[in-house]
Design a binder for this molecule. Structure first.
Ligand code: PXL
Length: 265
């Protein structure tokens, strides 16, 4: 299975491509990358970070790839550095996704009911147009709200299901607990064990594992169960081992959950 991860390179603070490469690889994927921006750190909690937008380079990279005839079974889109990149990723899907391939969009916009630095309503609205081309979208509760205007996850899911066949809201509080909400022909939810605190990069760990599982042919519910187990174990480890959560998740020693599942398959 050949996957393309479209995301930024944050040199410090594990997220984006530094997470997508190892996690997708652990699922047995051959992973290529299309970097959207180069940052000294991610933007969540560090000050003074550097940011190089790679708009022009992305176009040149894709023109070269066309000469190689590359096609992907799965394309996973994550953090995009500009509104024009959102349009360009639509073109990447057209040019490089195999017939019958799977397009997964993690609409990276914000967390804790706030935009990440550099994003605004216009960006969210454009991101909605990219979500409309996806087979699966993976917003967190904040992103589901920013895309739909609904704070209630069940109502947000309903609106997102008009946009894309399989929205997955990766964690939201309900009146009776903490759930992952997903649409699979009907609204469904899966209980999640909540660990206190905020875990930077958790969305990228989730999206990468999910894309790997779906790319390897798992059905939606099975893919979600394995992804949730891998994320939960990584979060527990991070809670124990990482004092400063902006440095990202310690998922590395939990990759065996994925490698052992896919061993010999
Ligand atoms: O984890 C999402 C993410 C990805 N990439 C960059 C970010 C963030 C969140 O802060 O800043 C550059």
């Amino acid at each position: 299975m050949r996957a393309l991860a479209v995301n930024d390179i944050s040199c410090v603070g594990k997220c984006s491509l530094t997470v997508a490469l190892p996690v997708l690889s652990a699922c047995g994927a051959t992973v290529d990358i299309l970097p959207t921006a180069l940052l000294s750190t991610h933007t969540g909690g560090f000050s003074g970070y550097t940011f190089l937008n790679l708009d022009d380079e992305m176009k040149k990279i894709c023109d070269h790839w066309e000469t190689l005839g590359l096609k992907y079974d799965v394309i996973l889109s994550g953090y995009l550095g500009s509104r024009s990149q959102i349009d360009f990723v639509k073109e990447v899907k057209r040019r490089f996704l195999k017939e019958g391939g799977i397009f997964i969009v993690d609409p990276v916009l914000g967390d804790n009911f706030q935009f990440y630095r550099g994003f605004d309503e216009g960006f969210a609205s454009d991101m909605g147009t990219l979500c409309a081309l996806a087979d699966y979208i993976l917003p967190n509760d904040t992103e589901a709200f920013l895309l739909t205007g609904e704070r209630d996850a069940s109502r947000a899911l309903e609106k997102l299901s008009l946009l894309c066949p399989h929205p997955v809201i990766t964690g939201a509080d309900d009146e009776d607990g903490y759930f992952l909400h997903y649409f699979d022909g009907a609204k469904k939810r899966m209980p999640l064990k909540k660990v206190d605190g905020s875990f930077h990069g958790a969305g990228d760990v989730f999206a990468s594992a999910f894309a790997g599982c779906i790319g390897r042919g798992m059905a939606l519910e099975e893919a979600l169960k394995l992804t949730v187990e891998f994320c939960y174990r990584s979060i527990l480890r991070t809670a124990r081992e990482v004092p400063d959560k902006k440095y990202g998740m310690n998922y590395e020693q939990e990759l065996s959950i994925l490698t052992s599942h896919f061993a010999g398959k």
